[in-house]
Design a protein around this ligand. Structure first.
Ligand code: NAD
Length: 291
């Protein structure tokens, strides 16, 4: 009984509540981070959907868990069971991290924080700059709200005219009402405006699922002429590591970043919220085999 990684009567617990969830790499990442930092805590995944979410949240309090991660379909629902929300969680309408402080449960949204931290890690600062982002779903909204809160000057959002377009319109209204950032949304089918907005932006982001299964090898970017070598190009997708979109960026000579950084740094922020400690990023990059 001399291995620190053994679970004892003192070991604390954070959950991960989502359905489906068995495929997630969050427990592997958080458990390695706890082990590396010498923190006697583990993360376990629980298959929970909306129907048992209220009871699952109550269990955080009853079992005095440190908190939990939350993923779909619970991210947009769990807020109503918590005592308070951080400002970014309130604006995005989404919670991916719960912290239990002596029975008081606070919800945070670290996805956008993770994206912005991943950019910072690559030496990219978007303060006062303009970005164009395609997508208006969960990942896109978190990025858009956080970018606005972090001082990005202008955000142009493009989306197809599906149910998410309305979500994008609501995000634009929130950003314009509550931050100094100027936001607008356009139809992704409007290629003239897409070209103009990209030309004026220093960063172009994909926050749709195009590029990952079942859309491998697919992108909404019409052709290479929309890119220029000083444009920074990012994708929220990380499996595959190189999407069609990022391949085009590489060919155009752009700096590019896939979704691994966002995934790592959203977890690092959750780790910091639970433990007050900074995740060892260099170690975790090696462990996860990402750059
Ligand atoms: P979502 O379902 O909430 O949103 C999907 C978005 O894709 C919407 O904007 C929708 O309009 C758009 N879309 C769907 N079909 C399209 C099409 N044919 N053409 C153009 N746009 C289309 O999904 P989400 O949770 O926001 O996830 C989006 C992507 O981000 C996924 O690939 C997901 O894996 C990734 N993601 C990555 C991280 C990370 O940490 N790197 C975190 C969350 C999500």
């Amino acid at each position: 009984m001399n291995d620190k990684s053994l679970i004892s009567g003192y070991t604390e617990l954070v959950g991960l509540m989502a359905y489906p969830i068995r495929h997630s790499n969050s427990p592997a990442m958080q458990n390695e981070a706890f082990r590396e930092a010498g923190i006697d805590c583990i993360q376990l995944a629980f298959e929970v959907d909306n129907s048992k979410l209220k009871e699952a949240v109550e269990a955080i309090r009853a079992l005095r868990m440190r908190g939990a991660n939350v993923s779909m379909p619970n991210k947009t629902v769990v807020g109503k069971y918590l005592d308070q929300l951080s400002w970014e969680a309130e604006l995005t309408g989404s919670v991916n991290t719960i912290v239990n402080a002596d029975g008081v449960l606070t919800g945070y949204c670290t996805d956008g924080i993770g994206y912005m931290a991943a950019l910072k890690d690559k030496g990219i600062d978007l303060k006062e700059q303009k970005m164009t982002i395609v997508g208006a779903g969960g990942a896109a909204t978190a990025i858009q709200i956080q970018a606005a809160l972090d001082g990005v000057g202008e955000i142009s959002i493009f989306n197809v005219k599906d149910k998410f377009f309305e979500v994008g319109e609501e995000t634009v209204a929130k950003i314009n009402a509550h931050t100094h950032c100027k936001a607008a949304i356009y139809d992704l089918a409007d290629h003239d405006t897409l070209r103009k907005e990209i030309a004026e932006s220093c960063l172009l982001a994909n926050a749709t699922g195009l590029g990952m299964k079942p859309y491998e090898g697919v992108t909404w970017l019409p052709d290479m002429s929309y890119l220029r070598s000083d444009l920074i190009v990012t994708d929220t997708v990380y499996a595959p590591r190189m999407t069609k979109f990022l391949e085009m960026a590489r060919e155009a000579g752009c700096r590019y970043m896939n979704g691994h950084g966002m995934m790592l740094f959203q977890g690092a922020e959750a780790f910091r919220l639970w433990t007050g400690k900074t995740m060892n990023i260099a170690h975790m990059k090696k462990y996860l085999d990402i750059d």
